[in-house]
Design a protein around this ligand. Structure first.
Ligand code: UDP
Length: 328
């Protein structure tokens, strides 16, 4: 049985990856420090003998016993409001955490895939974004803590690949959505659906002309699975190129939820990218991958998930574990 370590396993993407690797017959070692993750996302896996959970912060030395075939590094706050609240931890998990895990990969002879991001392109001046675009990032702006941690993460990963011969893979993930996103994580989709469910107006930041391209989580997981098993060590974009303005997206959510609330406009956050759309020709070419789930289908499934949450979940303002962590 192949053994895989997944960090950030209790988070949105990490938990879906755990499901996929369990389904494929792997032994899964799941790791998370539960700052933004939630055990509810993986509790259905606890009874399985090929699933283990470790509560650990990968910014500190990481030890796992036994053989290891693969490492998937998905631990990190990923929502702008999260990484504004815990900026130092965000920098540490992308830099020190990646270094620790690369060291582990080297000592175990494991292949490591890192979760990079479309944020390495910053507020892009090239559209759509191709992997050979170097990006337009403000290192000292509010998003810098995430963007630069991820850029450092890519550089560190390539260095271990080049100088130590570690087998590495880099996925650049564009906006992804689906069940198990946190309703209060501040990102646009849970924000809009949460507002609709609570009977509040939908808050569009800026004039709503900025664009994003939303990928359903199952499509992303398929792309990551294929990339891990490929022999390509340079970064690969995985995302859905179907681009939409945030203003139009709000209208779609209003239709989907049948809410009679309206759109209200709020100030655009600093350094908010004006456009974002992946060029996925590389993934098509080397992984024979492209997204299969339309936004209409994916949004329906995601809306059903959010509707099934409890009242207390719907009105919770903040993730429980933040406060204790921020004090550290
Ligand atoms: N946004 C919005 N209203 C909200 C939350 C976000 O208009 O309540 C906007 C945000 O300014 C950005 C886009 O939606 O332009 C996507 O934001 P998100 O935080 O989901 O992720 P990003 O792609 O910016 O990292």
């Amino acid at each position: 049985m192949k053994r895989v370590l997944i960090t950030g396993a209790a988070g949105f993407l990490g938990s879906h990856l755990c499901d996929r690797f369990i389904k494929e017959g792997y032994h899964v070692m799941a790791m998370d420090n539960l700052i933004t993750g939630d055990l509810k996302n993986i509790e259905h896996l606890f009874p399985l003998s090929n699933f283990e959970f470790y509560n650990h912060d990968v910014s500190n030395f990481v030890h796992v016993s036994g053989d290891l075939d693969f490492i998937l590094h998905f631990a990190s706050p990923a929502s702008p409001i999260d990484y504004l609240k815990i900026p130092i931890q965000t920098l540490k998990v992308g830099s020190l955490g990646t270094h620790n895990l690369l060291g582990l990969a080297k000592s175990k002879g494991a292949r490591m895939l890192i979760a990079s991001t479309s944020e390495v392109y910053g507020d892009p001046e090239v559209h759509p974004q191709k992997e050979d675009y170097w990006g337009n990032v403000n290192p000292v702006g509010p998003r810098g803590v995430y963007d630069e941690a991820k850029r450092f993460q890519e550089a560190m990963t390539m260095a271990y690949h080049t100088y130590h011969g570690v087998e590495t893979r880099i996925v650049r993930i564009f906006n992804t959505y689906g069940p198990r996103m946190r309703l209060n994580d501040g990102r646009v989709l849970p924000a809009f659906i949460g507002q609709a469910l609570r009977g509040e107006d939908l808050t569009v930041f800026g004039d709503g002309s900025q664009t994003r391209s939303f990928c359903y989580v199952d499509d992303l997981v398929e792309g990551i699975y294929r990339l891990l098993h490929s022999d390509y060590a340079h970064p690969v974009n995985i995302g859905n190129p179907n681009e939409i303005t945030i203003g139009e997206f709000a209208e779609e959510i209003i239709k989907l939820t049948g809410t009679d609330q309206k759109v209200i406009y709020k100030e655009l956050p600093t350094d908010d990218p004006k456009k974002r759309q992946p060029d996925i020709s590389l993934a098509k070419d080397i992984l024979d991958w492209e997204p299969k789930v339309s936004r209409a289908e994916g949004l329906k499934i995601t809306y059903e998930y959010f509707k099934s949450l409890s009242e207390s979940e719907l009105y919770k303002k903040e993730h429980n574990n933040f406060e204790q962590y921020i004090k550290k």
